[in-house]
Design a binder for this molecule. Structure first.
Ligand SMILES: NC(=O)c1ccc[n+]([C@@H]2O[C@H](COP(=O)([O-])OP(=O)(O)OC[C@H]3O[C@@H](n4cnc5c(N)ncnc54)[C@H](O)[C@@H]3O)[C@@H](O)[C@H]2O)c1
Length: 442
């Protein structure tokens, strides 16, 4: 391929982007993909979402949104204006100039990376890959996935990367429920397989995102995401261990953190809790640790943080057992109400939520567990625990109420007024009059 020809494909795509005639596709319309598709569509591009879950496709087509941060009126308007098209098959890839991959990257049962979704999508893309097409992986994964897994598969098309097609990695940084930072005002990191790949991807994302940050390679971009999430996982692990230490020392960990946070430099507060949750922080560091294992390197901070963080639900239960014991009660046969079961306040995401572990551990010890969470209103039960209304009789009947997630739509003063024992894992009752309740903190 001559230098002139190489310039042609990249320039042709850049022209389409500039003129807003570029046809973009987003594969996987979950939390990440739907938000991204809507953002591109709102910026005036024609977007096609490809989603295998036909129920999600039907809901989007009828103007519904199942992602909390994407408003139904936005979906409705974009579908009506034909800015957003939603399909459940890959034929449309033939017509698309750029494709962002936003499929899940879970862990296997043995906590190894499961990149089967990425592999499946790549196999579909290669059958439709055509000159001038840009492919961007957004799913969080280990460094090397873009170069070592996707690139060889796409090269089976016979097309040249950086010349005839373009490949980049750009991690999604969405923070569900964040009122200030959304897709468009969160800087987007991009690393291309070649410099030309990065430039083309940058031109595309700059249409919808306020700031694009280029790094030198796809591997660097993959590592950026893993640094960000490992940073959180390790710091949460550290502060959870500080909570365990403070418990032994009979010191209020929350007071210590609050005072330390008054230091205007060199300290960033993290808070203890009942364990890690969500699709990212409990999962992503294992992707990095796994990759390092293949290189004979043990990711020690990651393993230690994971050990502490995954022990937190057990610690929560041990606090309940001790508190009941002081009242000459046993957890076996106790009625325990869990307030808040989603992994994070004011969101409806249940993935990896530590509340689910707490429920299972308590049940294993013979407790009868119920829960209350308006963000999981459609669940009548979970893990055999019944969803109960937050009524006086219900909390009065509980031997212990565990505040596992601190949703802001619960009147904690009222809860403390009508119950005997509360374990507050989030310090949400800090300024609440304890009333009749004995309140234990993490
Ligand atoms: N949720 C977050 O807050 C967040 C933040 C940053 C990064 N990420 C990363 O982004 C990626 C996606 O996460 P998510 O939270 O959006 O997941 P999700 O499960 O909400 O969405 C993924 C979507 O992909 C669809 N899908 C699966 N296989 C498909 C296929 N072959 N073709 C088309 N669609 C397919 C699923 O049906 C689902 O709707 C993951 O790698 C995750 O780690 C997530």
């Amino acid at each position: 391929m001559s230098e002139t020809k190489r310039q042609d494909w990249a320039d042709a795509l850049a022209d389409k982007i500039h003129q807003r005639t570029v046809r973009i596709g987003v594969i996987g319309l979950g939390y990440v993909g739907l938000s991204l598709a809507v953002e591109f569509a709102k910026s005036g591009l024609r977007v096609t979402g490809i989603e295998i879950d036909t129920e999600k496709v039907a809901r989007l087509r009828s103007g519904e949104s199942y992602v909390q941060d994407v408003k139904p009126y936005e979906v409705k308007g974009l579908i009506a204006d034909e800015k957003l098209l939603v399909v459940d098959d890959y034929h449309v890839l033939n017509q698309l100039d750029a494709v962002s991959i936003c499929v899940p990257t879970p862990l296997s049962k043995t906590k190894d990376p499961d990149i089967s979704y990425i592999a499946a999508v790549t196999k579909e893309i290669v059958t439709h890959l055509h000159p001038g097409q840009l492919i961007v992986l957004e799913s969080t994964t280990y460094p090397g996935t873009t170069d070592e897994v996707i690139l060889p598969e796409l090269q089976k098309s016979g097309l040249q990367v950086g010349e005839e097609f373009f490949l980049a990695f750009s991690p999604e940084r969405i923070d569900p429920g964040n009122k200030h930072y959304h897709t468009h005002n969160t800087p987007k990191v991009i690393g291309g397989v070649t410099a030309r790949c990065a430039q083309v991807a940058q031109a595309l994302y700059e249409v919808a995102i306020n700031r694009v940050v280029l790094v030198s390679s796809a591997r660097s971009a993959e590592m950026v995401k893993l640094l960000e999430n490992t940073f959180r996982a390790v710091n949460i692990g550290l502060v959870n261990e500080v909570a365990l230490m403070c418990d032994r020392l009979k010191i209020d960990v929350w007071e210590v953190i609050e005072a330390a946070a008054t230091k205007p430099f060199g300290f960033m507060p993290f808070y203890p809790g009942p364990g890690l949750g969500g699709h990212c922080i409990p999962v992503d560091p294992f992707y990095l640790a796994w990759k390092l294992k293949t290189l004979d390197y043990k990711a020690r901070f990651i393993e230690l943080a994971a050990e502490i963080n995954t022990s937190m639900p057990w610690y929560v239960v041990s606090k309940v057992v001790d508190a009941l014991n002081e009242q000459r009660k046993s957890v076996n046969g106790a009625n325990i109400l869990v307030l808040g079961i989603t992994y994070k306040r004011n969101t409806n995401d249940l993935r990896e939520s530590p509340a689910l572990d707490i429920i299972k551990i308590l049940q294993g010890k013979g407790a009868t567990v119920t829960f209350y969470d308006t963000y999981a209103a459609d669940l009548s039960s979970l893990e055999g625990a019944l969803h109960v209304p937050l009524e006086k009789e219900v909390i009065q009947a509980a031997d212990c109420v565990i505040i596992a997630t601190d949703h802001s739509n619960v009147n904690y003063e009222w809860v403390l007024d009508h119950t005997q024992l509360v374990l507050d894992t989030r310090n949400v009752t800090k300024h609440v009059n304890a009333g009749r309740a004995r309140v234990i903190k993490l």
